[in-house]
Design a protein around this ligand. Structure first.
Ligand code: 13P
Length: 246
């Protein structure tokens, strides 16, 4: 049985004060839905301790996650955060290999793989992001790109404790959503590469209230990873309260 997971990726948005204001408005809008699906907000590191305690009495299917972690337990790695530091906060999820990390901070499939392993070693579920550039799509290299990211990123990985997010880079923050049938097709291809057929696979890239119902109605798509539209409580609540017809 595949689990549904609706996740917000706040990226580098929201101070602690703004995060608190978000949750005050957001929680009442989703408290009934949240029992059935995994809902997740991946917030900046500085917000994590506060948000974990602020949501301590929220339904258990609401989780706070991180946006990255380093592969070492500790060490001279200025600016990085380790898995034991996330575990200490009680975190159960972390985004790994987001395209912005790959594009702006030089992360490679090899380091992404190490980060995924570090998360799993400490019982944290990594959300491994994969996705092609516009140029790769235009040159019919989407499949090759995804297969390579999966092969290298998943080397030696336990597929029991894993979420994958398919985020075509050209659809991130552009308003240019991937056609739902195409997202479904690529996610089906991703699933074909996995040993564990029950891995939750999300779609990400310009998800909004206007398209979430259609996205969630697709047979292969088990959730969404939402950037911009996760920043406003009412908008993200509508995404969490999606109305898929399947
Ligand atoms: P947008 O929803 O803003 O396109 O961002 C998607 C994303 O990068 C989520 O990780």
């Amino acid at each position: 049985m595949r689990k549904i997971a609706i996740a917000g990726n706040w990226k580098m948005y929201k101070t602690q004060k703004e995060a608190k204001e978000f949750f005050i408005d957001f929680l009442p809008l989703v408290e009934n839905t949240i029992q059935d699906i995994q809902v997740l907000i991946c917030a900046p590191f500085t917000n994590l301790p506060f948000l974990v305690s602020f949501t301590a009495n929220a339904p258990t299917n609401l989780a706070i996650g991180a946006q990255n972690l380093h592969w070492a337990d500790s060490g001279a790695f200025t600016g990085e955060i380790s898995a034991p530091m996330l575990v200490e906060l009680g975190l159960k999820f972390v985004i790994v290999g987001h395209s912005e990390r790959r594009q702006y901070f030089g992360e490679t499939d090899a380091t992404v793989n190490q980060r995924v392993k570090a998360a799993q070693k400490y019982g944290i579920t990594p959300i491994l992001c994969v996705g092609e550039t516009k140029q790769q799509r235009d040159q019919n290299e989407t499949e090759a790109c995804i297969y390579s990211q999966l092969k290298l990123g998943l080397e030696g990985i336990d597929q029991e404790n894993l979420i994958i997010a398919y985020e075509p880079i050209w659809a991130i923050g552009t308003g240019d959503t991937c056609a739902t049938t195409e997202a479904n097709r690529v996610i089906g291809l991703i699933r074909n590469q996995l040993q564990n057929q029950n891995v939750t696979i999300q779609y990400g890239g310009s998800v909004k209230p206007e398209n979430v119902d259609e996205i969630m109605a697709q047979s292969e798509i088990d959730g969404v990873l939402v950037g911009g539209a996760s920043l406003e409580p009412a908008i993200f609540a509508r995404i969490v309260n999606y109305r898929a017809t399947n």
